[in-house]
Design a protein around this ligand. Structure first.
Ligand SMILES: [Zn+2]
Length: 269
C-alpha cells in the first residue's frame, strides 16, 4: 500500500510520479492525498474556477497514476503554516491506519532551502504521522472505531532543494507514463499546454522548433519529456540510466538484537 502525499496537484507528478507508477506496477495499491485546496495557483477567471480546475486535474493525475483514490484535505493554499500541524498529523495518521499504508512518498522534511510553507509543513506532518500511526497510545479513539495501530515502514522523500540522496530510482521504463501524468495538470505547473503555447508563439514569428513536432499534442508531450522533466534525464545520466528520480529513502527499522543471535546463543536455564 503506497500513499503519495502532496501539498499541490503538481508536486508528486513532477518529482515522484515515475516511482509511484513503478511501485503500483510492481503490485502496490496507491492512494493520492492532496493537502491544500489548490486555490492560489493556476489559470482561471475566478478563485472558485481555479479550485475546481485544479481538483479535476488532480483526479485525472490520480487516475493516470493508477491510484485507487484521490483524497483532498483542503488546507489553505500558500498558508498551511498558519494551520495547526497537530491536526494535519492526526488526520494523516487516521488515513495511514485506515488504508494500512506501507510506503509514504512525500517532500523531504529535512531538505534545505524549501521556501514554500505548504511543502515543508506537509513534509513535517507526514514525517511524524507515519511514526505515531504505529503507536498504541496515540489517538485511542481510532481503536474504538475499529482501526488498529499501523505505521508505514518505508519513506521516499523527494525535494526541490539540496537533500541527502541515498536512493536513485530507475524510471526509464515509466517516463512516457510519467509524461502522461504531468500532462493532466493543465491548470498549474510546468506541463499542461506549455509546449503547444510555445509552438503557437513561434509560428506567429514564422518559426518552429523541430523537437516540438508538428501538432499541439506532440508539442505538449515533447516539451514535458525534454524540458519540464529534463531534471530526470540529467539525474539518470549521472548514474548510467536514461531517466531517474532522487530520494532520501528510509527503510524498515532493524531490531537492535537480531533474532538469530538469540537462536545461536540462548542456553538452557
Ligand atoms: Zn507545490
Amino acid at each position: 500500500m503506497v500513499v503519495a502525499i502532496q501539498p499541490h496537484c503538481d508536486d508528486v507528478p513532477i518529482f515522484a510520479a515515475g516511482t509511484v507508477l513503478k511501485l503500483i506496477d510492481e503490485g502496490c495499491t496507491g492512494y493520492l492525498i492532496t493537502m491544500s485546496d489548490d486555490s492560489m495557483a493556476g489559470a482561471g477567471a475566478t478563485f472558485g474556477e481555479i479550485v475546481r480546475k485544479n481538483e479535476q486535474d488532480t483526479l485525472e493525475v490520480s487516475k493516470r497514476l493508477g491510484c485507487r483514490e484521490a483524497f483532498f484535505l483542503k488546507y489553505p493554499n500558500h498558508n498551511m503554516d498558519a494551520w495547526p500541524i497537530a491536526e494535519m498529523r492526526a488526520r494523516l495518521a487516521f488515513l495511514f491506519r485506515l488504508w494500512k499504508a506501507d510506503i509514504v512518498v512525500v517532500y523531504d522534511p529535512s531538505s534545505l532551502y524549501e521556501r514554500n510553507p505548504d511543502h515543508y509543513v506537509t513534509a513535517r506532518a507526514v514525517e511524524w504521522a507515519a511514526a505515531i500511526a504505529g503507536s498504541h497510545w496515540d489517538y485511542p479513539e481510532h481503536f474504538k472505531a475499529g482501526l488498529t495501530a499501523h505505521a508505514p515502514k518505508e519513506r521516499y522523500y523527494f525535494a526541490r532543494g539540496p537533500q541527502l540522496v541515498n536512493r536513485v530510482v530507475d524510471i526509464s521504463d515509466f517516463i512516457d507514463q510519467k509524461v502522461h501524468v504531468n500532462l493532466a495538470n493543465t491548470t498549474q505547473g510546468p506541463a499542461g499546454n506549455t509546449g503547444s503555447t510555445i509552438r503557437k508563439r513561434l509560428a506567429e514569428q514564422g518559426k518552429r522548433l523541430p523537437i516540438l513536432g508538428n501538432d499541439d499534442e506532440t508539442a505538449n508531450r515533447e516539451y514535458v519529456k525534454h524540458f519540464a522533466l529534463g531534471r530526470d534525464r540529467s539525474r539518470g545520466q549521472a548514474h548510467g540510466l536514461e531517466y531517474a528520480e532522487y530520494f532520501h529513502y528510509i527503510g524498515p527499522d532493524e531490531a537492535d538484537m537480531d533474532p538469530s543471535y538469540v537462536e545461536a546463543n540462548a542456553v538452557p536455564l
